[in-house]
Design a protein around this ligand. Structure first.
Ligand SMILES: [Zn+2]
Ligand SMILES: [Zn+2]
Length: 168
């Protein structure tokens, strides 16, 4: 399927399910792996993972198109267009969009980097943490000593050499 065919598809879904025209650009992105699509807040463009189409077919991709169009139309109407917003959740349910873009087989979501470590003031054992943690709530697992929280200068990736997924 070409970008032009995708464009026409998105415009069709927009009119049929949202009752509003899609006036920006839609294109395929073959590098999108951990997410099915992306909405760009600045250009209002939409990208759809071509791998998603290969892996799951047009029915699933149409649900991704609806998901991205929910971001698009709510954003342009200055309504709550983020995943956590009630406007978004309600519109998504109404049009039957996918809630989470299914990751492709064999692709893991990028995991959060570690930003802090809890360091034992006695034995210096370090415990990596992704979020800010109250050190008073824990004791060192090695010596039962007190801990202090230290921010990492360079956040450390837990496992995967993650690639940037951007907004979706
Ligand atoms: Zn210790
Ligand atoms: Zn989204």
């Amino acid at each position: 399927m070409t970008d032009e065919e995708l464009q026409a598809w998105v415009e069709r879904v927009s009119l049929r399910d949202f009752g509003r025209p899609f006036l920006h650009r839609a294109r395929f992105n073959s590098r999108l792996r951990s997410t099915g699509g992306r909405y760009f807040m600045h250009s209002h463009d939409i990208e759809i993972s071509s791998r998603q189409l290969e892996a799951f077919g047009p029915e699933e991709v149409e649900k991704i198109i609806k998901h991205e169009l929910c971001h698009y139309h709510l954003h342009l109407q200055r309504k709550g267009f983020r995943h956590r917003d009630r406007d978004f959740k309600e519109l998504l349910r109404k049009v039957g969009g996918t809630r989470h873009c299914a990751p492709l087989p064999g692709v893991r979501r990028r995991s959060e980097p570690y930003r802090y470590k809890l360091v034992c003031v006695d034995c210096r054992t370090a415990y990596l943490r992704k979020r800010k943690t109250n050190p008073r709530r824990y004791l060192c697992g090695v010596c039962r000593g007190r801990l202090k929280l230290v921010p990492l200068e360079t956040p450390a990736r837990p496992d995967w050499p993650g690639r940037s997924t951007g907004p979706h």
